[in-house]
Design a binder for this molecule. Structure first.
Ligand code: NCD
Length: 305
């Protein structure tokens, strides 16, 4: 049995196969509509979510399966003091696969050690979010036609943004990727990303504090929200929250084929006027999230169609 906790739990080949399967699902939806008949997905969300939880649920429904679960810690036995370990052991009796989001880094890993069914990390604190990464990779592949040889700017909260950490880990295994890290100095990527990912693998990266100085060089810009819930200090959040706002004016100097990604939810990081620009990929990205989760669940459940 296989779990997905960290994006590097999957080899590059396995990721490419999941993306291929997602593309086949997009082209042949009917073929897959009964492929998880009789299977159940449990979504255990101890932290809020719109896209991730609903796209997992929609994905299982489109595969002909069923879903159960909870969408906040308040509505689970966590409020009675039950441990994550006991919760997953019990849910393993009711479901064939589990998607778990938790505010504590490492909770889904612990769950995977105790569960009798595959566990998917749907976001653990400020750490990882591997299914968002699969979504991002599918989006880049569909928009750019490739997963190598481009310059990607990652902008916003690179410290607490788990989507950024997982995306860097995954993309750094493809060739010819240059990373431009755009953040205030307070929200730079954690040191382990610099040493364990960039330096260890000899990957080209640069750290800057403004979007304007690099926008013309980027093939992709990945915008992120400042992660309010991970701040210890409200005043610090208020000071940093609007550090970057991408608008049509800033896009004047951007490449004509720039791809603008955002895992969503958006707060102020992208002006709504940008939504109508063909370079805005973020709503297409949200749709890709459903297809890639269909492909992931088929793979982890070992269903061959
Ligand atoms: C992200 C997350 O939960 O980390 N959202 C998502 O899953 N699409 C990004 C965010 O909350 O800012």
């Amino acid at each position: 049995m296989k779990h997905l906790i960290d994006p590097t739990d999957l080899t590059v080949q396995e990721i490419d196969e999941i993306l291929d399967l997602a593309l086949d699902i997009i082209d042949n939806k009917e073929k897959y509509s009964e492929s998880c008949k009789g299977k159940k997905l449990a979504t255990l969300f101890f932290e809020p979510s719109t896209r991730t939880r609903l796209s997992f649920e929609a994905a299982m429904m489109e595969l002909g399966g069923n879903v159960l679960g909870f969408s906040s810690a308040d509505s689970s036995s966590a409020t009675k003091g039950e441990s994550v370990g006991d919760t997953v052991k019990v849910v393993s009796c009711y479901a064939d696969i589990i998607a778990m989001r938790h505010p504590k880094e490492g909770a889904p890993l612990l769950a995977s050690m105790l569960a009798d069914v595959p566990v998917i990390n749907a976001g653990d604190g400020g750490h990882n979010h591997p299914t968002q990464t699969l979504t991002d990779l599918l989006t880049i592949r569909r928009e750019k036609g490739r997963l190598n040889n481009f310059t990607i700017g990652l902008c916003g909260d690179l410290k607490f943004g788990r989507t950024v950490h997982s995306l860097i880990k995954a993309l750094s295994r493809y060739s010819g990727i240059k990373f431009v890290l755009i953040s205030p100095k307070e929200l730079k990527v954690p040191e382990y990303i610099i040493t364990e990912v960039f330096e260890k693998n000899n990957i080209e990266y640069e750290e800057v504090t403004t979007m304007e100085e690099v926008i013309d060089r980027l093939d992709i810009i990945y915008m992120t929200r400042v992660q309010k819930e991970r701040f210890f200090n409200e005043a610090e959040y208020v000071r940093l929250k609007d550090s970057y706002i991408l608008d049509m004016n800033k896009l004047k100097n951007a490449k004509k084929d720039l791809s603008i990604l955002h895992p969503l939810p958006r707060v102020n990081e992208i002006a709504t006027e940008v939504d109508a620009d063909p370079r805005a990929c973020y709503f297409r990205q949200a749709l890709n999230g459903k297809y890639v989760r269909m492909a992931l669940m088929l793979t982890l459940l070992g269903v061959n169609v």
